[in-house]
Design a protein around this ligand. Structure first.
Ligand SMILES: [Mn+2]
Length: 482
């Protein structure tokens, strides 16, 4: 493991040297989800510290149009160095038009593209590729973790960005960076130690609920979309009733009580009741409500809890306002104020979509259960930008059983966006499943071992369902264990 890690760090050093020696404008692009937003904050801070001038933007993915645009600009001499964070690995083999004129650095953890017609990963003399999977390390380190390693190589003072890398890993929990006992795993633990050492992060145990410090406890229950509490999430009066039945007063001297203000005994009662509720709904990890709580001592209000920060970063990124979250990561007070509204709207939207799936779980038009998979036909009820978040939460909540989850959400131009999820201990490779099944219906897709995404023409949904069912039937080890 150590020599593999050494090779990875060596590649990061190569990337850092390329940045250090570069005198012109740097073109940086990052992914729009939480991990991408955190990667952006880390690289932006690192480049600024090095006094590099740069042009930065977010992207949903690197498609041909974007690659051709960047290639044209590189040809004209606008950029000679590009940095892609939390994206780029999967598209690497298509980057040749840019690589002809410029160097590219990729810091990512998505499955790297192979050479055409070969089992070997794509390489190019102008490509510096910092990805754990190229060095036989696991993908459980996030894109922001890879960006952090790059930033540390650039300047050891970037150790101050460790907390941001952990927020990114929490946001990407479905890729295995967070274990089922809810604690960071793998290389992320080393980053966590860095963050603890410089005092930017504190680890304690507690209830993982939105608004631990900042919301009335019944609001925290109502707004808890991850963990999802069936029947209570999205329903304020049910949340109040739940607490009343547990004899937990929602007010003290006329003031709303937050979770952090409950007594130890009340917190225990609440945890037990939530676990029972989750057990009743076949949650695969009912105790995941309790676990490591990562506190950011330098932040205030909801930003103090790293998990909430992760939701905030994701909400801003997916609402195409990632720059607000980057500002919040870097402590910009004005941006912090502006993210609140964005986040409230986003959480409401996600919560109502998950509740919609829950309400329709017995409606075969919307939820189809097969032996090994649950298909959720969100169509125009779940937008393409939110289908991945909704799929993760529905899968994790377990109310559709312990199966592979495939969610569909409408995309523009008669397209259908797909999100595929499986359990942490599953033997099924979602990246492979997605790549195999989209091929025959002229779609594209890929991703991670446990979480992948893709896009197909919307009239091919039925065929895609057949292909997935066939793919799962061929596997020796069925997912269902319970
Ligand atoms: Mn990521």
């Amino acid at each position: 493991m150590l020599d593999k890690l050494e090779s990875l760090v060596k590649e990061a050093q190569k990337a850092a040297d390329a940045i250090s020696n570069h005198k012109d404008l740097v073109r940086a692009v990052s992914h729009i989800d939480c991990d991408g937003v955190c990667s952006a904050a880390i690289i932006v801070r690192a480049l600024s510290k090095k006094r590099k001038t740069f042009h930065f933007s977010f992207a949903k993915y690197l498609n041909d149009a974007m690659i051709n645009g960047l290639a044209e600009e590189a040809k004209q001499g606008r950029w000679k160095l590009l940095v892609f964070t939390d994206l780029g690995s999967g598209a690497a083999s298509g980057l040749a038009p840019i690589l002809e004129y410029a160097k590219i650095i990729i810091a990512d953890h998505h499955m790297p593209a192979k050479k055409d017609g070969s089992e070997q990963f794509y390489t190019h003399p102008n490509l510096i590729h910092v990805n754990p999977l190229l060095f036989e390390l696991k993908e459980d380190i996030s894109g922001s973790g890879m960006t952090y390693i790059l930033a540390r190589a650039l300047d050891p003072a970037n150790i101050v960005s460790g907390d941001i890398a952990i927020i990114g890993a929490i946001g990407d929990a479905q890729t295995g960076s967070i274990g089922d006992k809810w604690q960071v795993l793998g290389l992320n633990q080393e980053i966590l130690k860095d963050a603890e050492r410089v005092g930017s992060l504190k680890v304690t145990k507690g209830i993982r609920l939105w608004g631990r410090f900042s919301r009335p406890v019944h609001k925290a229950l109502e707004m808890s979309i991850d963990p999802y509490i069936p029947g209570i999430t999205g329903n304020e009066s049910a949340a109040v009733q739940f607490l009343t039945e547990l004899r937990i007063p929602v007010k003290n001297n006329g003031n709303w009580r937050s979770l952090s203000e409950l007594t130890k005994e009340e917190q225990q009662r609440l945890v037990s009741a939530i676990i029972i509720e989750r057990l009743r709904h076949n949650d695969p990890n009912p105790t995941q409500i309790f676990g490591d709580v990562y506190e950011l001592p330098h932040q205030t209000g909801e930003f103090r809890d790293a998990q909430e920060f992760a939701t905030i970063a994701n909400a801003c990124g997916k609402s195409l306002q990632g720059y607000l979250a980057v500002g919040a990561c870097l402590g910009d007070e004005e941006k912090i104020g502006r993210v609140r509204e964005t986040v409230a709207g986003y959480k409401k939207q996600i919560g109502s979509m998950v509740s919609w799936v829950y309400k329709n779980k017995d409606n075969p038009e919307i939820v189809r259960l097969t032996e090994k998979a649950a298909f959720v036909f969100g169509d125009d009820k779940i937008s393409e930008d939110l289908i991945s978040t909704v799929s993760s939460i529905v899968h994790r909540s377990g109310f559709l059983g312990r199966k592979v989850l495939i969610g569909f959400g409408k995309a523009p131009d008669n397209g259908m966006k797909i999100s595929a999820r499986t359990d942490d201990d599953s033997d099924i490779d979602m990246n492979q499943l997605m790549r195999d099944c989209v091929k025959e219906v002229s779609g594209n897709g890929g991703g991670h071992l446990r979480a992948a995404g893709g896009q197909i023409p919307s009239d091919k949904v039925e065929r895609f369902v057949e292909l997935v069912t066939g793919y799962l039937a061929k596997l020796k080890n069925p997912e269902i264990k319970a």
